[in-house]
Design a protein around this ligand. Structure first.
Ligand code: ZN
Ligand code: ZN
Length: 215
């Protein structure tokens, strides 16, 4: 089995990684501006946060990234899309902690801590292009998706509906993390998965982007 990337399963309810969590209120490590939806202007709902963890999750120079999406019940903002502004992955550098900007009126998601557990996956099988894959490669992909952690940092994206790696600054973005809708009850379509990516340019104004795929 090819195992090329450092990989950590995100364990719901796990401990030992301060600032890694789903739901509740964001815990700022610096100046966090609460994002509003670019489509409808409503403050977005907080989904999850991941911290920089040396040797395991490299977000440098940022101390944490916070992910939000529009859940305005009166609109159909395209919140699964990496580029349309109906979700946001806000990277924050360490500094005096504050949260600025309007908050949404609804209740937050239930709060879960996240632990990190060492994991393995079949990187080669997961990286196959489904448009050109043989039946054998597709079967290997299914087995690898079944065996790989549903929520993780590192490794390769385990797509629900096929590779949709977003581009930024003219290049495919680098995969950072994946979070399954369950057990958290996150609104990623029908039991979907969310994907966090980083721009390969060091000068990007939006260094992280988020998207999801539902079944
Ligand atoms: Zn919206
Ligand atoms: Zn970029």
């Amino acid at each position: 089995m090819a195992d090329l990337s450092p990989l950590w399963a995100l364990v719901p309810g796990g401990s030992g990684v301060p600032l890694a969590k789903v739901g509740g209120a964001p815990e700022p490590v610096g100046a966090l501006r609460w994002p509003a939806c670019a489509s409808c202007g409503t403050p977005m709902r907080f989904l999850f946060q991941l911290p920089h963890v040396p040797g395991r999750l490299d977000l440098a120079p940022f101390a944490a990234v916070y992910v939000f999406q529009c859940e305005n019940p009166d609109t159909v903002c395209l919140r699964w899309d990496a580029h349309l502004g109906a979700n946001a992955a806000v990277a924050v550098e360490a500094g005096p902690a504050s949260v600025e900007g309007a908050r949404p009126s609804g209740i937050p998601y239930a709060e879960w801590s996240l632990g990190f557990a060492p994991a393995r996956e079949d990187t080669e099988a997961l990286s196959v292009d489904i448009n050109t894959a043989t039946d054998e490669q597709l079967a290997a992909l299914d087995r690898a998706l079944e065996a790989a952690p549903e929520s993780k940092v590192g490794g390769v994206a385990g797509w629900v509906n096929g590779d949709a790696t977003p581009e930024c600054c003219g290049e495919p973005m680098r995969f950072v993390a994946q979070l399954a809708a369950m057990p958290f009850g996150l609104a990623f379509g029908d039991n979907g998965r969310g994907y966090l990516f980083r721009c390969r340019s060091g000068k990007c104004g939006t260094p992280f982007r988020f998207m999801w795929q539902g079944a």
